[in-house]
Design a protein around this ligand. Sequence first.
Ligand SMILES: Cc1cc2nc3c(=O)[nH]c(=O)nc-3n(C[C@H](O)[C@H](O)[C@H](O)COP(=O)(O)OP(=O)(O)OC[C@H]3O[C@@H](n4cnc5c(N)ncnc54)[C@H](O)[C@@H]3O)c2cc1C
Length: 471
Amino acid sequence: MLLTVPEAHTERCSQHPSLSTGYAGRVRSFPLVSCAAVLQLIRVPRGGTNSHLVQAAERAHLTGAERTGWMTTTGEEGMAATAEVVIVGAGIVGASVAYWLTEFGMRDVLVVERRVPASGATGKSGALVRLHYPNPHETQLALESLRFFQEWESRVGTSSPFVRTGFLQVVAPDDEAKLRQNVALHQALGAPVTLLDRAAVAELEPWRELGELTVAAYEPESGYADPIAATLGLLARAEQRGATFWPGTTVTEVLLAGDRVAGVETTRGPIAAPVVVLAPGPWANRLLAPLGLDYQLLPRRVQVVVFRWPLEPAPAHCCGIDTAVGLWYRPEGKTATLVGLEAGVQPADPDHYPETADPSFVAPARAAIARRYPALAEGIVRGGWAGIVMQSPDGRPLFGPIPEYSGLFAFLGDSGTSFKTAPAIGRALAEWIVSGRSSRDLTPFRVARLAEGRPWIDPTDYARPGRTVSR
Ligand SMILES: Cc1cc2nc3c(=O)[nH]c(=O)nc-3n(C[C@H](O)[C@H](O)[C@H](O)COP(=O)(O)OP(=O)(O)OC[C@H]3O[C@@H](n4cnc5c(N)ncnc54)[C@H](O)[C@@H]3O)c2cc1C
C-alpha cells in the first residue's frame, strides 16, 4: 500500500522553504506504508552508505513524538542520528546560529564541536565590540550586534559578557579625510558615533599622548566582551529551547546526495540532516576541499599581550584602534591593558601552533602602546596568547548559502573581525535557513564574490600593505 506523507510533515517543509528545495517533493512521493516503516529504513549501521543517510535525512521531517523510542542524539552505536540542522563548530558564530534557529522556533538543531565551545579563534579573541568599519554592510552588522550585546540579559538570560568602555578610532593624518567620511556614513546609519577634536580627546583621556592627532572617531556605547561567556550563554539558551550539543566530536566529512546535503560524518558516527551549517573557523579548508570548494582561505596566527599598569589606580581607558601606530587595545579588567598589533600576523596550522605569545612580541607591543599611553612603557607583562583566525583574500568574511549544494550554509574567512558581528551573522544565517532569505541585503558577503573576480574593496579603508585586522 502506498500512502503519502502526513500533512503535518509537508507543512513543516513549507515553513522552511530552504529545506524544501529538492526535498519536500521527495518526501511527498516517498512510498510510505507508515512512519514506522520509515523508521525501519533509517536504522543505519555505522559506515552505512550515503543512500541510507538520504533516507535518514528524510526522516528528519518527522515530528519529535514519532522519533521517541528509537532516535538517539547521543550517537548510539548502530543508529544514525538525525537533525533538521547540523551546525559544525561551537565558536561564537555556530553558537549564534543555534541561538537564532531556536529563537525562530526550530528545535531539532544539533551543534557538533571537536573540542569545547570557544576553543577556536573565539576563545582567544580580543572581542572588541565596536562599530567603526569603512562600509555600511559591516557597520550595520556591528550596530545590530551591539544592540544585542546591550540587551544580553533579557535576550539570552545569562549575565552580560559585555563591558561598555567607549571606543576611539585614531588614524594617520593622511587618513583623516577617510575617517570623516566613515563617521558620516556611520551617523547616517544611526550609529552612536561622534568626531572628537584634539582638545576633546585630551579631555576624555588626559593620560594619552596625542601625537599628530587632530580628530578621532568616538563611540561612547562600544566596549568589549568576554568571548567565552558569550559563546556559552548563546549555546545554553539554544539548548534550553531544545537544541542538542555534542562536544568532543569532529565532523570528518559533509555527506551529499547528488547536489544536496544529506548530513555529516563524525567521529561518533553519521548524522543525517537536510541542512548543514559550516562554522569551523580556521579548520574550514579540510571540510571544503572534498566538496571541491576553495575560497583561498588562510589560517593566520594572531598574538596579544597583557600589560599591568604600574599605577594605582590604573586609568579606566577606552578600547581603541590606532592605525597610525598599527595598534589595537582594550582594558583587561581594571588594572591592565590587552594589546594587539596589525603587523606580523603569520600563516599557521590551527592544529600545531604556539598558543602563548612569542617573547619577541612583547617589546614591539609595549613600544606601540607606550606611544599612546606613555606610562605603559613600564607596563608589567602579565601574560599573552595567540589564536588562529581564518583570513579571506580580501579580508572580509564570506557567508550565506553555498550555491553548489542545496542545504549547505557557511560562515567562512572571519578575517579576525567577526566576534562583534556574530549576533547579526547568526541571525542572518538562521533567517536564510528558516525562510529562504535574509531580512537585510547581504549580497556583499556572498561566498561567490571571489570566483566572480569581485573582491571586496573599500575606498575609505585605512589598510596598509602587510597589515591585517584582528579586532
Ligand atoms: C587574538 C585575536 C583577537 C581578536 N580580536 C577580535 C576583536 O577584537 N573583535 C572581533 O570582532 N573579532 C576579533 N577576533 C576575531 C574573532 O575572534 C573571530 O572572528 C571569531 O571568534 C570567529 O568565530 P567563529 O565561530 O567563526 O570561529 P571559531 O571561534 O574559530 O570557532 C570554530 C569552531 O569550530 C570547531 N570546529 C572546527 N572544525 C570542526 C569540525 N570538523 N568538527 C567539529 N568542530 C569543528 C572548532 O573547534 C571551533 O570551536 C580576534 C581573534 C583573535 C585570534
